[in-house]
Design a protein around this ligand. Structure first.
Ligand code: NA7
Length: 545
């Protein structure tokens, strides 16, 4: 294994996507190697080890569905799986399907270049490998976004991005800790750090909505009921917009009398989590409905947070609920009632610099800190791909091709980059869905196409016309919702300075997307140019099998 090796397929990344791609491709007789920069499997769940890291999807459906035996043998312990439990699950999957023998750990891919005979993939250590088909399984939220703050290098304390949390943990006991960011991650980490730190200061730029998660242990009876019902649960997921097994409400909330509407919201608040969204019909398409639901959450913030000024600072008013990824929490708003927690509004008074002793705001106010935590998110969807120098036909780089924002066909392929497949790429529903559902569909669709290519000897490359049409569909789908109204959303690339403002995921819904992909396959892949290499070219596949 290693330098100079040659396989049918190289997969980059050993998270949910890479593991399933390896399993399925190998089962179909392809030679496959997975290159993973980390020392273990898990992808996002390998790196995000910050205190409180937990999935917002519920455990019984945040998992693979491809093998009923796997569903029967794995037992989840909590309603929402914590980071360690998810990593344990993926390690179990790696062992159960004997995947590790085809994974090289500690190999960080820096470049990939296509020529007429296939792909050459180069790692940071200088080693290179060849393949016919290149599959990126690099995740959507894996390129950490650390703000470029002057003085950070001279900070005398320690600082960490939540997505690169030290494996040995961080001792914050009794220390002055600052957290920048109040997205899903900040909302998870803040209550836990508040319990441990001497004093916690939260630097908030944009206030966020959050729904109580209502995490709890899963009882044996619940596990048994889920197992008995799994086939039906999976059917609901497959027919859904977001890959969650929730049946969306058909009640028009604005037609309800005030007391009934209140009851509906209160019941959804009590159930908690992402199910809150499902309780409100047309939440993401009807602004009046959304305003009403948003008002309810704003009221809950006022009820929960004792100090009215702090409550007001925490109250989101700049975007409709759920137009940014809606966080769910355990005692997030309650945390601001602690004497040892303070909130700083860095929209009103932005961070000017990090000093050796803490953070200085533009007003000159100083906050002394021992530990600074950046819960500042990710260069989403495009970041992990553009972090590698991927070059297609005529040496054109993906960075050049995507200078004005990413363009793909179905999120899975890019014109000018033959035989490259981007699992959960930009333009796929990925982050708008419960990820394992999207991942299984992407992997199965891609591997089906690879089977055809293996049989025919063809190359596959999206046509510019198909890419253009899909770009329009991505825009149309987003504009049919309220999602683009959140100006500071990472869905739009707005969180990364200089990033093109393009709506990144496909908002048309998982079920619709899956049907579109199925139609593409049934019609013989009209969105792809399927070409046979000329006699003078020597496809890697011929040598590789
Ligand atoms: P998010 O959702 O991108 O949140 C990042 C937070 O950090 C958000 O509150 C940002 O404010 C804030 N931020 C980012 N840069 C800065 C700077 N320079 N100064 C102050 N505040 C800043 O990332 P998460 O990790 O929480 O969640 C990512 C996804 O992971 C999540 O949506 C789930 O899908 C799982 P902003 O809102 O941009 O004003």
């Amino acid at each position: 294994m290693g330098d100079g090796e040659h396989t049918d397929v190289l997969v980059i990344g050993a998270g949910f996507s890479g593991l399933y791609a390896l399993h399925r491709l190998r089962s179909l007789g392809f030679s496959v190697r997975v290159l993973e920069q980390a020392d273990g499997v898990g992808g996002t769940w390998f790196w995000n080890r910050y205190p409180g890291a937990r999935c917002d999807s519920e455990s019984y459906y945040y998992c693979y569905s491809f093998d009923p035996e796997l569903e029967r043998e794995w037992t989840w312990t909590e309603r929402y799986p914590g980071q360690e439990e998810i990593r344990g699950y993926l390690e179990h999957v790696a062992d159960r399907y004997d995947l590790r023998r085809d994974i090289e750990f500690g190999v960080r891919v820096s470049a990939a270049a296509w020529d007429e005979s296939g792909w050459t993939v180069t790692a940071e250590d200088g080693s290179s490998r060849r393949c016919r088909w290149l599959v990126t399984a690099v995740g959507c939220l894996s390129a950490a976004n650390v703000p470029d703050l002057p003085g950070l290098a001279d900070f005398a304390g320690e600082w960490h991005h939540t997505g690169r949390w030290p494996h040995e943990g961080v001792d914050v006991g009794g220390k002055r800790v600052g957290v920048v960011g109040t997205g899903s991650t900040g909302i998870q980490v803040i209550p836990v750090l508040a319990e441990q730190a001497g004093h916690l200061t939260v630097f908030q730029r944009t206030p966020n909505y959050s729904i109580p998660a209502r995490n709890a242990p899963v009882s044996a009876a619940e596990t048994a009921a889920t197992r008995a019902d799994y086939a039906a649960i999976r059917r609901v997921q497959q027919a859904s917009t977001n890959g969650h097994p929730f049946v969306l409400s058909d009640v028009d909330v604005l037609d309800l009398p005030a007391d009934r509407r209140r009851e509906l919201y209160e019941a959804a608040w009590e159930r908690g989590g992402l199910r809150f969204r499902a309780a409100v019909k047309d939440l993401l398409t009807d602004r009046a409905v959304n305003d009403d639901a948003s008002d309810f959450i704003r009221e809950k913030i006022r009820e929960t947070v004792h100090d009215p000024a702090t409550a007001e600072t925490l109250t989101p008013r700049d975007h409709p609920f759920a137009t940014k990824r809606p966080p769910i929490d355990t005692h997030y708003f309650e945390t601001y009632n602690r004497d040892d927690v303070s909130l700083v509004d860095v929209k009103a008074d932005p961070i000017a610099a990090v000093t050796p002793t803490g953070v200085r705001l533009e007003s000159g106010a100083e906050h002394r800190l021992d530990v600074l935590v950046f819960a500042t998110g990710f260069d989403a969807l495009t970041g992990p791909l553009l972090g590698m120098d991927i070059r297609g036909r005529d040496g054109v780089s993906l960075r050049e091709a995507w200078a004005d924002g990413p363009r793909t066909h179905l999120g899975l392929g890019v014109s000018g980059f033959p035989d490259l497949f981007t699992i959960t790429g930009p333009g796929s529903p990925s982050v708008l869905t419960n990820m394992p559902v999207a991942i299984e569909q992407h992997v199965e669709w891609t591997t089906d196409l690879l089977l055809r290519l293996r049989d025919t000897g063809e190359r596959a490359e999206p046509t510019p016309e198909a890419e253009e049409a899909w770009a329009h569909e991505v825009v149309r789908a987003a504009e049919a919702t309220l999602l683009p109204q959140a100006a500071s959303s990472w869905y739009l690339g707005a969180n990364v300075p200089g990033k093109a403002r393009v709506f990144l995921p496909y908002a048309g819904g998982y079920a619709r997307y899956r049907d579109t992909c199925a139609e593409e396959a049934a019609a013989g892949y009209p969105g792809f140019a399927l070409t046979r290499p000329t006699a003078t070219e020597s496809p890697v596949a011929a040598a590789g099998r």
